[in-house]
Design a protein around this ligand. Structure first.
Ligand code: BES
Ligand code: MN
Ligand code: ZN
Length: 491
């Protein structure tokens, strides 16, 4: 747990981060600090530092402000708070490299104090994360900062306090999600995931329930169960519940795809990049993170998190292309491709959520399709759903937290794509480009009835292959910030 402080002025520190707008180097906080460090900033000539987006200058001083990091946040009119998240992330890297225990963050002027403090603090906490449990050498281990000082005007104290609380909660919850998603398949089969999640649930006063194979069979979850038939590991369908005494309205349900390893099954994947399929539980991991965040934030709503875990492997007992399975809502599914397993798992999870929880809204997150890389790249997650108001809530929260989404159409003409000749529906779309992301959502629509629903395809945003200032390689925890922010603002 980091210690966080707010100060109106700073006179000494190990590292002070100053976000600087382009062409505003001589003004505001940078100019103020410059008075304390003997004009070093003014001395930066020419193109050395202009404040262009993500441009940095690290100054080592002989004053009590030992190090000053100038971080470019570009033109004021093009500003986005994510640049502050990047500034915080860059500071975390420098602090970790130099073994500094404290980072001070200067809020830029004339920027919403909540958004600024939120992004800066998140940047430091997300940027300090590393998945380091398998390194034996001390050097490769993360050295997270122990103290963050926010330098903000006294009149902004309330917003900054609020932001710091929100930012710490969601960053720590995102890092929990990253830990779960990054875990390799040999240490993350459904049973271990259940054990890890049970201990997380205990620490955060969430009710934990694990539905085993036997009970899932009784509930009629044959689509879910069909995916794990080739694995020696038993499936575990986990339900987390957060119910504060002041809960208002009907519950909200979060559902996350939890494939602990996706080999494709009998429709086996090519071996190149197959190791990345250990991340195929990123949706479920985000749901666990979001549940932790909502409980820490004391959101006044009853929230249920549904995370079906299972492993998709080929074997003599595995489900085969052509098999027909019946989901818990009675719909029959022809399994054309055993690699389209996410929707099989989600079909029963969504049907369960709608039937057992009777939620006001259900939001699912899934690393569902490779096709979403083609549609949107790794910049935005795909959003599809059946309710414009709910979709708007998700879009707004995504913009605020920079976990942005983009809506893809769900016209009824797409329903044709998943029609089967032998069952109610089939688990892949047509042969053209339309076999991808939309077909996945059109399939899922069959399991939510009239309940307002949003599906987020996070296959391309759940992990990064190129570092960002606040993301190391691997899982991003995408969805945690979005869901927490959405619930914070839910009216
Ligand atoms: N887990 C994959 C989707 C995926 C691909 C996630 C790449 C992250 C990176 C999913 O289960 C899958 O295999 N989808 C298939 C569906 C197809 C068979 C209809 C795909 O996208 O190729
Ligand atoms: Mn698959
Ligand atoms: Zn998958």
């Amino acid at each position: 747990m980091v210690k966080i402080e707010i100060k109106a002025e700073i006179n000494s520190c190990e590292l002070l981060v100053i976000p600087v707008f382009q062409a505003e180097l001589g003004k505001g906080t940078a100019a103020e600090a410059d008075g304390k460090i003997g004009g070093l900033i003014k001395g930066l000539g020419g193109k050395e530092f202009e404040g262009k987006p993500n441009q940095t200058a690290l100054l080592r001083t002989t004053s009590p402000l030992k190090r000053v990091l100038l971080y470019g946040i570009g033109k004021r009119e093009e500003f986005n708070a994510d640049l502050l998240r990047c500034a915080g992330g860059a500071a975390a890297r420098i602090a970790s490299g130099a073994q500094l225990s404290s980072v001070s963050l200067s809020l830029p002027e004339k920027v919403d104090a909540f958004e600024a403090a939120n992004a800066l603090v998140q940047g430091v906490l997300l940027g300090g994360y590393k998945f380091d449990k398998y390194f034996s050498e001390g050097d490769a281990k993360a050295k997270p900062v122990g103290e963050i000082v926010a330098v903000a005007k006294a009149e902004h104290r309330k917003q900054v306090e609020d932001a710091i609380h929100f930012a710490t909660v969601v960053s720590e919850a995102s890092n929990i999600a990253r830990d779960l998603a990054n875990e390799s398949g040999d240490d993350a089969w459904p049973q271990n995931m259940a054990a890890k999640i049970e201990s997380i649930a205990k620490r955060h006063s969430l009710k934990f329930r694990a539905i085993d194979e036997h009970e899932a069979k009784k509930l009629g979850m044959n689509a879910y169960l069909s995916v794990g038939r080739g694995s020696v590991h038993q499936p575990k369908f986990i339900v987390l519940e957060y119910k504060p005494v002041d809960a208002r309205g009907k519950p909200i349900a979060f559902v996350g795809k939890g494939i602990t390893f996706d080999s494709g099954g009998i429709s086996i994947k090519p071996s190149a990049n197959m190791e990345k399929m250990k991340h195929d539980k990123s949706g479920a991991s985000a749901v666990v993170g979001a549940m932790v965040a909502c409980s820490q934030l004391k959101i006044p709503r009853h929230i249920v998190g549904v995370t079906p875990f299972t492993e998709n492997l080929p074997s003599g007992s595995a489900t085969k292309p052509g098999d027909v399975v019946k989901a818990m809502n009675g719909k029959t599914i022809e399994v054309i491709n055993t690699d389209a397993e996410g929707r099989l798992v989600l079909s029963d999870a969504l049907a369960y959520a709608v039937k057992e929880i009777k939620p006001e809204a259900v939001i699912d997150l899934a690393t569902l399709t490779g096709a979403v890389f083609v549609a949107l790249g790794d910049v935005r997650s795909g959003l599809m759903g059946n309710n414009a108001k709910l979709a708007q809530r998700v879009k707004d929260a995504g913009e605020r937290e920079f976990e942005r989404v983009w809506e893809l159409p769900m016209d009824k003409e797409y329903d044709e794509k998943v029609k089967s000749t032998v069952a109610d529906i089939k688990n892949v779309g047509g042969p053209m480009g339309d076999s991808g992301t939309i077909a996945g959502a059109v399939f899922l629509k069959n399991f939510v009835g009239d309940t307002p629903w949003v599906h987020l395809d996070i296959a391309a945003t759940a992990w990064v292959e190129k570092e960002k200032p606040y993301y190391c390689l691997g899982a991003t925890g995408v969805g945690v910030r979005l869901l927490a922010r959405m619930m914070r603002e839910w009216k």
